[in-house]
Write a new protein. Structure first.
Length: 264
């Protein structure tokens, strides 16, 4: 079991309740990363479902939970031959923090796509990509120690005070501890990039309000490629879309989130 497996494990209390412990190693300057929180909740959903894979997840982030013990409460909405729909809620001390609706199904890891688009943006070789500088301890950016991101230099000009003016972010991704990607790693990956609004000149914490992502295929071992973009920044809100491609060149996850523009 890897550190990530341990940090996302859900322990069954009964058929609709799971105990979890939110790990402070996945913080992004204070709050815990939304993708990590989804992965924790999806462990409970998958364990309780007759279908193994969370093919569609829609999460409403009501408030930011602190690290420590919490519970995931499940409500089975429907079960059919090919899919199960479940509502999952992260709760602590009677308060709801995240509300998710998840559709689970069984994917065939050997299935070949009938048709697939190809990325419009070609990534540079990993040797030509760059890492973020190591964060200062007081920044509480503990997530950076759990993952590896190699960025397309043209998409992080904001780091040196020269944003491109377009909402974008592109990077190669893998876990810092050797681990083949799985659906829970993908839940983290779709929310692992810096907010794309940074490239448009915004700064500061950009809290996610809603995030929907789809598991399109079971990923091959190796690095993942994350392609992030946005369509509109307006009235204090922005959207972010992320595509995740695996080492075999397959689209394995898609996400779209709505977030607030940072005030920093």
């Amino acid at each position: 079991m890897t550190k990530f497996d341990e940090a996302t494990q859900a322990i069954r209390v009964d058929e609709s309740t799971y105990d979890v412990c939110l790990d402070d190693g996945y913080a992004i300057g204070g709050p815990l990363n939304g993708g990590y929180l989804m992965a924790v909740m999806l462990r409970a959903v998958a364990d309780a479902s007759p279908h193994a894979h969370p093919v569609s997840t829609s999460a409403q982030f009501l408030r930011a939970p602190a690290p420590g013990p919490a519970r995931v409460r499940l409500e089975r909405l429907k079960t059919g031959r090919t899919a199960t729909m479940t509502r999952a809620t992260l709760v602590r001390d009677g308060e709801r923090y995240i509300d998710m609706q998840v559709t689970s199904a069984d994917l065939d890891g050997d299935a070949a796509p009938h048709w697939s688009a190809t990325p419009e943006i070609s990534m540079p070789d990993r040797a030509d990509c760059v890492r973020f500088p190591s964060p200062k301890p007081e920044s509480n950016m503990t997530l950076s120690a759990q993952i590896e991101l190699l960025f397309d230099p043209s998409s992080i000009g904001w780091l040196r005070g020269a944003p491109s003016g377009r909402p974008e972010s592109r990077a190669y991704f893998r876990m810092a501890e050797p681990q083949d990607p799985d659906p829970y790693v993908l839940a983290l990956a779709v929310d692992a990039l810096p907010p794309v609004v940074f490239s448009a000149g915004a700064r500061g914490w950009a809290p996610t309000v809603e995030l929907t992502w789809h598991l399109r295929a079971l990923p091959a071992p190796g690095w993942l490629t994350l392609l992030g973009s946005g369509r509109l920044i307006s009235d204090g809100w922005f959207d972010e879309e992320v595509e995740v491609w695996d080492s075999a060149g397959r689209l394995v996850a898609q996400s779209r989130q709505l977030a607030r523009v940072g005030r920093g």
